[in-house]
Write a protein that binds this ligand. Structure first.
Ligand SMILES: [Cu+2]
Length: 509
């Protein structure tokens, strides 16, 4: 009996010792009382290599979150997939194009029998239009803020000077407008735009401020599908938490490690289907969620081709059975319906939940093999693998930091000379609970992912990127050239982590 008590007291003392040696995170997590599966899963997954064709260690959505909210299949009747409108230029000539983008309040009815819910949108009630930027042209955009709070218009992935790229310093106050002009010099790619004001980014994106930005190379010789809304469709993936009136309220949800919801909303549509009329469909996936990771597959388990990442095409199409997207990332894939019969349907799914049903109605066109090498990657030497800088991402919840610091808008963390090429090693340091994936994003550049944990990344990751998922314990090397001047942000794209200070400033001059 006495021995038992010694063991119990000894265990308590040992726990206290661990607690005091360990970080505050440990105690705060225990305080929440959730030793959730996600936390454990992330620890077990952390040694997986990205070469794994299917998982990339991202199968457990919401891993490491204080609450692990799983996605549910929708019980709503199926709805035709909403497609963002193509924004008409106010003016266009050989050298230039001009657009107007308005951030405004709106209302949206997501459920057939639900209430209208207050949302935000660009030029509409929820989300925004697709804006096409033609490479080689000078684009002017009049940005107008009709919200009752400050916002910015951030062009995510666009390689332009910081003065026009809409970071936290480019505030547009309520009722005001700002004109930005830039030359489009990068390759054909699927970018996006969203707000970036300090303290309001996460809530404004959650309420609906996000839109598509396609860079288009008019003279690009390609046999890829490119009929917008017909054989070339975007899927903006977002998870939302609806209350019993079927409305949503950002302020009401638990979100210390990022807002998660149990309902998947695709282009603003619940339970969507798309009528396929072509034998080959190009799908541009955007993870526009605040915090959720997705692993996207076909419901019949078939393989498909990945053709592009964040910043444009891969050097050749890659056959895959799944693609993983952390918040902010984009991936373009080709779906082949040539061997399916008219009337059949197949879905894109994530974690067993339907993203969009594809119903085969017609099979126009034929599948031409994509043979052209569409984006050449720079040649690399061994010396390029030596990091010029090391960044350590650490923490969870409100206690997040980069290299031991939280964001300070009056501090420049990194200075780089214009046109310098650097290799950065991004290290996601585990905490005692295992940690979580941090999607690392840098403004104003596109980079190449060189290595994960010392292993050269497989070719499908070798397209240009602006956001990269860094798993707990992982070291990811990226390499980029800083072509544009100004003060740029780098940060975790879990928007609540960014708001809590997992962000730094890079000055290029
Ligand atoms: Cu993070």
């Amino acid at each position: 009996m006495k021995g038992k008590w010694i063991i119990v007291i000894g265990s308590v003392l040992a726990l206290l010792l661990i607690g005091s040696i360990g970080s505050f995170f440990f105690l705060s997590r225990i305080g929440v009382g959730n030793l959730n599966q996600g936390g454990m899963g992330s620890m077990m997954n952390s040694s997986n290599e990205s070469s794994s064709d299917t998982m990339m260690g991202m199968e457990n959505d919401g891993m490491g979150h204080a609450t692990n909210i799983k996605l549910k299949n929708s019980t709503e009747k199926e709805n035709p997939l909403g497609l963002p409108k193509v924004l008409k230029p106010d003016q266009e000539d050989k050298e230039s194009m001009r657009y107007t983008v308005v951030a405004r309040e709106g209302t949206t009815r997501f459920f057939a029998n639900g209430d209208q819910t207050n949302t935000l949108g660009y030029n509409g009630n929820y989300l925004g239009p697709m804006i096409e930027l033609k490479k080689g042209k000078t684009v002017s955009i009049r940005t107008i803020n009709q919200l009752d709070e400050p916002t910015t218009f951030h062009w995510h992935g666009l390689v332009v000077p910081s003065q026009v790229e809409g970071g936290p310093h480019q505030i547009v106050n309520p009722g005001e407008s700002k004109d930005v002009t830039f030359k489009v010099e990068q390759n054909e790619s699927t970018l996006w735009f969203h707000p970036h004001p300090m303290g309001k980014t996460a809530s404004q994106v959650y309420k609906g401020l996000a839109g598509l930005l396609y860079v288009k190379e008019v003279n690009l010789k390609t046999n890829l599908p490119q009929k917008y809304g017909k054989n070339d469709i975007p899927l903006i993936l977002q998870d939302r938490q609806f209350n019993k009136e079927n409305s949503m309220n950002y302020d009401d949800i638990e979100k210390s490690d990022g807002a998660l919801g149990d309902t998947l909303v695709v282009n603003g549509t619940l339970n969507p289907y798309f009528d396929v009329k072509y034998s080959q469909i190009r799908v541009r996936l955007l993870n526009g969620s605040n915090a959720r990771n997705y692993v996207v597959k076909l419901s019949d388990g078939a393989s498909f081709e990945k053709i592009a990442g964040d910043g444009g095409y891969l050097s050749k199409p890659e056959k895959v059975r799944s693609v993983a997207l952390s918040p902010g990332e984009r991936t373009e894939i080709l779906l082949d319906f040539s061997k399916h019969s008219i009337g059949e349907q197949v879905s894109l799914i994530t974690d067993g939940v339907t993203i969009t049903k594809f119903k085969l109605k017609e099979k126009q066109g034929r599948n031409s093999e994509i043979t052209n090498v569409i984006q050449k990657m720079p040649k690399l030497n061994d010396a390029d693998l030596k990091p010029d800088r090391r960044l350590t991402l650490f923490g969870m919840g409100k206690m997040v930091e980069i290299n031991g610091k939280t964001f300070d808008e009056n501090r420049i963390d990194i200075k780089v000379k214009q046109n310098r090429t650097e290799t950065w090693e991004i290290y996601n340091k585990k905490d005692m609970m295992g940690g979580m994936i941090h999607p690392f994003h840098i403004h104003g550049v596109q980079f190449v992912v060189l290595e994960r944990n010392g292993v050269q990344t497989n070719s499908r990751e070798r397209g240009l990127k602006d956001t990269v998922a860094v798993k707990p314990g992982e070291r990811v090397k990226i390499r980029m050239t800083f072509k544009q001047k100004g003060v740029f942000m780098y940060h975790c794209h879990i928007l609540e982590h960014e708001e809590n200070g997992m962000m730094g400033q890079l000055k290029v001059d």
